[in-house]
Design a binder for this molecule. Structure first.
Ligand code: MV4
Length: 453
């Protein structure tokens, strides 16, 4: 096993990886920016190296500084966490070239999944369901021809896309030209390639993703699904498992298709396959080759430590269990708590004056925050994840409600009150929502707020 792992990240996920390493008897190295010298991830690691200035590009995205830190401290492997360099194939390649292990899949697998046209082709070839779509589009004329073939409405997406950038819909032929031109321009501004392609646009889908684990020896298991439809501007706020939209048959069907596809590709590591789900059908969107923010809800219902599994897999170990050994119990929900204004969503960094986390059976809080901590203004505004589990969805909801009420965060405004509102709404309670539900809920809430003024 590795003796020392460098954690190329910050915030709660750096603590999460540190915990897995320490439980496995592995020493840890934290890296940090000058703005993070007092951060909890620096305090908890066995060693820490300052790798640059506050801006991410100077520190957490600074490949050479991170690899130098690993070499200087004698680390064997690097865990990238999520965000930052976690999906950067060039970084993974550099790590390997320096004789270190990248805790994740191969750079080739990362590159394949980063290319949305290539990954969709792979998906089709390995038996995953996809929406009707086009290859790379060369011209407006070609776009119009494909739209007719696919049927309106259509969506134009960037080959290197993700996070919604470079995505434009067209509901009729008159809208194709501007959708094509704008998608291409956005892609050019945001990514290295301005190549775009087209798909049938699904109007009211849910976002459901499947977590898999695969080793280097061809063993693949799934850890069920997560429903991530509660999102605003491509930022998830609440995730839950199991999805209220699936029955056992639908779940078993998609999970077994996913496992056989992963086996065919020869992918290894932890991975998440994102699908849209509408009218009882799944459509593959993309695959994430990293640990995800919402992984703890899967851990809550399976009792499998996903980060520990990532480390073991990267070290060449076999999974050591089969699908039948994995038991799913109850339900789990995660709320992402952001230091943001709960109405405008403007980031609200500052000093945490009061900090009291909920506890009790079935409650987990993953956070880097401590009383007196000053949230730096340079990074993501997520400051805590509240993960609650229960024997049923209704039991989990009651527990979540009381845990949210126990949570005290003073000194900065947070999205805590918004979570209480969302989980109390009839549609959320009934599990009836799609990817557009939260934005509509927020519009109605804003209107009510204005009426009261
Ligand atoms: C779609 C779609 C509808 N139809 N593709 C958004 C992010 C990117 N990964 C894919 N996205 C979408 N692709 C087709 N054919 C709607 C979205 C989408 C979305 C997807 C998942 C979660 C939230 C979303 C919010 C808006 C649009």
């Amino acid at each position: 096993m590795f003796e020392k792992v460098l954690i190329a990240n910050r915030g709660e996920v750096a603590l999460r990886i540190n915990r897995a390493c320490h439980e496995m008897g592995i020493k840890t190295v934290a890296v940090h920016s000058t703005a993070d010298k007092d951060a909890m991830h620096v305090r908890l690691a066995d060693e820490a190296v300052c790798i640059g200035g506050p801006q991410s590009k100077d520190s957490y995205l600074n490949k050479t500084a991170i690899i130098s830190a690993a070499i200087v401290t004698g680390a064997d492997a690097i865990h990238p966490g999520y965000g930052f360099l976690s999906e950067n194939a060039d970084f993974a390649e550099m790590v390997i070239k320096h004789g270190l292990t990248f805790i994740g899949p191969t750079p080739e697998q990362m590159r394949l999944m980063g290319d949305k046209i290539a990954s969709k082709k792979m998906a089709i070839e390995s038996g995953l369901p996809v929406t009707k779509g086009s290859p790379a589009l060369e011209s407006v004329e070609e776009a119009k021809k494909w739209a007719k073939e696919i049927g309106y409405p259509v969506i134009i997406k960037a080959k290197d896309g993700g996070g919604g950038k470079g995505m434009k819909t067209a509901f009729n032929e008159d809208e194709v030209e501007s959708a094509f031109t704008m998608a291409k321009a956005e892609a050019k501004a945001s990514f290295t390639s301005d190549v775009v392609f087209m798909e049938k646009y699904l109007q009211k889908p849910r976002h459901i993703e499947i977590q898999i684990l695969a080793d280097m020896h061809g063993n693949v298991v799934h850890l069920g699904e997560r429903d991530c439809s509660i999102q605003r501007k491509h930022q998830k706020l609440i995730e839950e498992t199991p999805s209220p939209a699936l029955n056992k048959e639908k779940r078993d069907e998609i999970c077994s298709i996913v496992c056989s596809a992963i086996k065919k590709i020869g992918y290894y590591g932890a991975g998440t396959l994102e699908f849209l789900f509408e009218d009882g059908e799944f459509y593959f969107l993309e695959m994430n080759t990293r640990l995800q923010v919402e992984h703890p809800i899967t851990e809550a219902v399976t009792d499998i430590d996903i980060v520990r599994e990532q480390i073991k897999i990267a070290n060449g170990a076999k999974l050591g269990y089969t699908q039948d050994d994995i038991k799913f119990h109850g339900s789990a929900i995660e709320c992402r708590i952001n230091a943001e204004d709960p109405f405008t969503f403007a980031p609200n960094p500052g000093k945490i004056a009061e900090w009291h986390v909920p506890g009790g059976l079935g409650v987990r809080v993953d956070s880097e925050v401590y009383s007196g901590y000053r949230i730096p203004p340079f990074y993501d505004s997520m400051i805590a994840k509240l993960i609650v589990r229960g024997t049923s969805r209704s039991a989990t909801l009651l527990r979540l409600k009381r845990a949210l009420r126990e949570f005290v965060i003073g000194g900065v405004t947070t999205t805590l009150p918004l979570h209480e509102e969302i989980i109390s709404s009839p549609e959320f309670v009934d599990g009836i929502y799609n990817i557009h539900w939260l934005e509509k809920f927020l519009e109605k809430r804003q209107d009510k707020n204005n009426d009261n003024k």
